[in-house]
Design a protein around this ligand. Structure first.
Ligand SMILES: [Zn+2]
Length: 445
């Protein structure tokens, strides 16, 4: 390790081979070696001894709505990337909607990149958007480095991002398959939603009934059929309905190129506990029953669900009205995702290695970031340092999110992030941030 500038030592380092005592050597922002715990530190290298705190790869969150520019009163690159860093996330991929402009042309991508450039505390990549009328823009966006394309199969919630019907979906997916791109899909079927009872009002049970499982199941089945026909790569976003799991498992077994994610709120919150009128819990698809949640955990354990991402989708507090029909749908969880998932994972007998696989290794692999997602030689020296047994109670005032509305308020969670490191530099420790050091990422870089 003669070329190391920095050595991070811990009794618990999470590596692809498991958790062990190790010294991680870093040079020029890259991990150069994972060495025995008591390996000699080269002269001139700085040793940081983390004791028993766990060193894990920085999380890669591939589902974040930053909303910048255009709806920066909801969130922005400065606040979102600080919140992410505080929560142990070192890379995020920004969703193409809720910002103005949406990321649906190469020019719009340039606007977004300019806005993000000097505000990014962590590394930031971008998804493009697939709209009914932008098939011609998909290849230029791909060549400009987006990680794939998001489409909705039902109304998105914002007028400038219309959804695709089945014909448009087929057309966009054929175009994307032409360059072996990735289509990521909000899978709820609009016809099933339209025929569900739309009661409105403050009762959570009514909201849940308005977004039934079969809307998700039907949309997932249709998407799988298209992926199978075109041999295209598709990814199911924020899966909530456990009834769709057998479809996904069977498609994977058949060799269909489909992956799926779920979110911390589906894994840690239940419909039974949502108070009426509490629209900070509103998201689409909705948080479902405890029995449904058990099956999502089982699917994570058996690999039917590949990964866990936040779907951080905040708004201003005034849009979170007490009426579930009209309140903004989106849960704000960027800073809390690691602790929330870890708290429930440990209760269910999973290890931190599992959480790292779901929230870092697999998400990095989903978007092809082969320098992220693991502690091994040749990867970026992106880390979170975690005290996994320590607890804290969620105080909205302590969040870095622009709007401190959270469904996790008052919860006691396990896992305190002591510090977060990006390419060998500590970017936050105990609430103190450095100046932004994040880079804008493109596919294959
Ligand atoms: Zn989303």
């Amino acid at each position: 390790m003669s070329d190391a500038e920095l050595v991070l030592r811990s009794t618990r380092v999470i590596t692809p081979e498991g958790t062990r005592a190790a010294s991680v050597a870093v040079s020029a922002g890259t991990i150069t070696a994972v060495l025995p715990y008591d390996a000699a530190v080269p002269s001139g290298a700085r040793l940081v001894d983390l004791g028993d705190d766990v060193l894990l790869p920085g999380l890669v969150d591939t589902h974040v709505h930053v909303n910048d520019p255009g709806r920066t009163e909801w969130e922005g690159f400065w606040t979102a990337t600080r919140a992410a860093a505080a929560g142990g996330i070192t890379t995020l991929v920004d969703m193409p909607l809720n910002s103005l402009p949406p990321t649906t042309t190469a020019d719009h991508l340039s606007v977004k990149r300019r806005v993000a450039a000097d505000k990014a505390h962590i590394d930031v990549g971008f998804w493009g958007g697939a709209l009914p009328d932008n098939v011609k823009d998909l290849r230029p966006l791909h060549e400009a480095g987006v990680f794939g394309f998001k489409a909705f199969l039902s109304p998105s919630g914002v007028d400038e991002f219309p959804h695709l019907d089945q014909d448009r979906l087929a057309r966009s997916l054929a175009e994307i398959a032409g360059f072996d791109g990735l289509l990521i899909v909000h899978a709820e079927d609009p016809h099933h939603l339209a025929s569900a009872p739309q009661q409105g009002g403050p009762r959570y049970a009514d909201f849940l009934a308005s977004r039934p499982r079969d809307a998700e199941d039907t949309a997932v089945a249709g998407l799988i059929a298209q992926a199978r026909r075109l041999h295209a790569r598709v990814h199911v976003l924020h899966l909530s309905s456990s009834d769709a799991l057998p479809l996904i498992a069977a498609a994977k077994a058949d060799g269909v190129r489909v992956t799926a994610e779920t979110c911390p709120h589906y894994l840690t919150l239940t419909a039974e506990e949502v108070p009426d009128g509490a629209s900070e819990f509103k998201c689409c698809p909705p948080i479902r029953e405890a029995a449904n949640q058990d099956l999502l955990w089982q699917a994570l354990a058996d690999g039917t669900i590949d990964c866990v991402v936040t779907d951080h989708s905040p708004s201003t507090a005034d849009l979170k009205t007490g009426d579930f029909a009209t309140a903004w749908g989106g849960i704000s969880g960027l800073q809390l995702s690691l602790a929330a998932v870890w708290t429930e994972a440990r209760r269910r007998g999973h290890g931190l290695e599992d959480v790292v696989r779901w929230m870092s290794t697999r998400t990095a692999a989903l978007v092809g970031l082969d320098r992220k997602g693991a502690i091994e030689a040749g990867r970026d020296a992106d880390f979170a340092v975690l005290a996994p047994d320590e607890t804290f109670t969620v105080d909205p005032a302590a969040l870095q999110h622009r709007n401190r509305v959270t469904a996790y308020a008052g919860k006691t969670l396990h896992g305190v992030v002591r510090s977060t490191w990006l390419r060998g530099e500590r970017i936050v420790a105990d609430g103190e941030f450095t100046a932004p050091k994040g880079r804008l990422l493109t596919r294959d870089h």
